[in-house]
Design a protein. Structure first.
Ligand code: SF4
Length: 535
């Protein structure tokens, strides 16, 4: 034991009764005890022992510093942004969101989680400042004409061959990220879309994006717009609505739907080339492969470390799992995509911690894990803090989420022809596309993933408005029985928490765990509680 640990051990012992994990074990409280009813507002911060509580405070301060830097970067545009855009206010809930995400985290789990989350916070705050500073609605800025706005499901990496231009995923700020933080923001945009005549049974992600467009709540910049058919037909529809409302010249990057078939490659490859030609024409710049290779190398490093992480995930000794794994991978793959070396730095530090934990045969979450689950779930799992909740309540570790399995092939960094093939395969495996749409084998891959990662359970999110996936419901159920997994459908309405509440989602797991498996919760205070008013 290190000297410092010896020194604080008596203090930890004296204060352990304030630790909600200890309270749950001893029947004196639990993780929900410190909240005001119905809200996500805590009466006090979580006591995690001296060392971890101090670490948690430091991480909190580091995130606040990023917020201050963001305001300092563009004070007036930020102020105008709060005035102009409803979604800006939702970002104020970020701190509560992070606190809830990492409840019950201790030791290396907590450190990795904060490293990953801080990477996202530092990146997002810079992006918000950059977007608002150059937003034509707010008066514009020096880079307004140098930005390439593109659909969030298009990987920005291939656009890095345009030196001096900035790819920007248009939906990320008002929808893709903020829907994870605040469950109350996207229903407003869904209502805007529906009051304009959009049917009420479409996917709420696509409806929300349409509502953002109609509400004129997208920041405006760039000379063109790159839309896409990714990941599905509902996305195609919302792309059309956005394109009409925004009114800029648009290039739809339509990638082959059945992308696993090798005949699809030349078609999708040509689409990327056409998109490059479109940007060249409108911005008057030439594509530079050497510039692209610089960023492809960073992406390759991201993926190399990711693949090494997967080897550790297959064992019981990985301190990286649950939300800190899935949210980080979602952002670092889909939005960062090799563009920010800070993420490479974080990856290198995190893999060191994971290697060490493995050598020491460290059992995360106090060794209380009872089930290892593969999660097949999108946004609704974040505003519900779902992976954290299943861990704390039922001892279910989310080993890997479907979003984490996005394009993990390496990209050639010398030959443009080979690079283009690799890039096409990589781009086709973007968020939601390769596991929900584009052929039965994509969905069926679930069983292989779950088996390879030694999972005994699958949490399968059942988006009641995702038309493609609805069709597979009974087939998945039938197969699950044959394959012998514990299989739980978790119903949700993605970004509209009014249709299926957070507690409704939790009940899907509660019922299975108590009725089918007859298990007792680790923390009875979080089995059933009302947090409908929380962010
Ligand atoms: S949830 Fe389904 S319908 Fe909605 S965007 Fe994703 S794939 Fe499309």
């Amino acid at each position: 034991m290190k000297a410092i640990d010896k020194l604080i051990a008596p203090l930890d012992k004296a204060l352990e009764r304030f630790d909600p994990l200890w309270q749950a074990e001893h029947g004196t409280g639990g993780l929900r005890s410190r909240y005001y009813d119905k809200t996500g507002v805590a009466k006090w911060r979580e006591w995690r022992g001296v060392k971890d509580t101090l670490y948690d405070y430091t991480a909190w301060i580091k995130n606040i510093i990023c917020m201050v830097q963001m305001v300092a970067m563009a004070p007036l545009p930020i102020l105008k942004g709060f005035w102009e855009y409803r979604w800006m206010g939702s970002y104020l809930g970020t701190f509560m969101f992070i606190d809830r995400l990492f409840e019950g985290y201790r030791g290396p789990e907590l450190r990795i989680a904060h490293m990953n989350m801080h990477a996202i916070v530092q990146s997002l705050t810079k992006r918000i400042a950059f977007a608002l500073k150059n937003d034509a609605r707010l008066g514009g800025g020096p880079d307004t004409e140098n930005i390439i706005p593109h659909d969030e499901t298009i990987t920005p990496l291939f656009l890095k061959g345009f030196k001096g231009l900035y790819p920007f995923p248009l939906q990320t700020l008002p929808e893709f990220i903020i829907c994870d933080v605040d469950q109350h923001i996207e229903p407003y945009y869904v209502d805007v879309a529906e009051s304009f005549g959009l049917p009420a049974d479409v996917c709420s992600r696509c409806a929300a994006e349409t509502g953002v467009a109609i509400d004129d709540a997208f920041p405006l910049f760039g000379k063109v717009m790159l839309s896409t058919n990714m990941p599905c037909n509902a996305s195609e529809a919302t792309s059309m609505f956005q394109r009409r409302r925004i009114g800029k010249p648009d290039f739809p990057i339509t990638l082959a739907m059945q992308h696993n078939e090798k005949e699809a490659l030349p078609y999708s490859r040509q689409t990327l080339l056409d998109a490059i030609a479109f940007v060249e024409e409108h911005y008057g710049v030439k594509y530079d492969w050497d510039e692209f290779f610089k960023y492809a190398k960073l992406m390759n490093e991201q993926n190399t470390i990711e693949l090494e992480k997967w080897d550790f995930f297959k064992t019981p000794y990985s301190p990286l799992s649950g939300v800190s794994e899935s949210l980080y991978r979602l952002y670092s793959w889909q939005s960062v995509n090799g563009q920010d070396p800070y993420f490479n730095k974080v990856d290198r530090k995190v893999i060191e911690i994971i290697r060490k934990a493995y050598e020491q045969k460290y059992l995360p979450f106090g060794g209380k894990t009872r089930h290892r689950a593969f999660l097949w779930g999108p946004s609704a799992v974040y505003y519900t803090d779902f992976p954290t909740w299943v861990q704390n309540c039922w001892g279910i570790t989310i080993v890997l989420n479907m979003d984490s399995t996005m394009g993990f092939n390496m990209i050639d960094t010398e030959d443009p022809e080979k690079a283009l093939d690799d890039l096409t395969r990589f781009t086709e495996k973007a968020c939601m596309r390769h596991h929900a749409v584009g052929g039965w084998d994509n969905i069926n891959a679930l069983w292989t993933w779950a088996k390879e990662f030694n999972c005994d359970m699958i949490l399968f999110n059942d988006n009641i408005a995702c038309k493609g996936m609805l069709g597979t419901h009974a087939l998945m159920e039938e197969q699950a029985r044959e394959m012998g997994f514990h299989f739980i459908f978790v119903e949700h309405d993605l970004e509209d928490s009014r249709t299926v509440s957070r507690q409704d989602m939790r009940n899907c797991v509660n019922n299975y765990m108590s009725v089918v498996l007859g298990e007792k919760p680790l923390d009875p205070t979080i089995v059933e509680f009302d947090d409908a008013a929380a962010y």
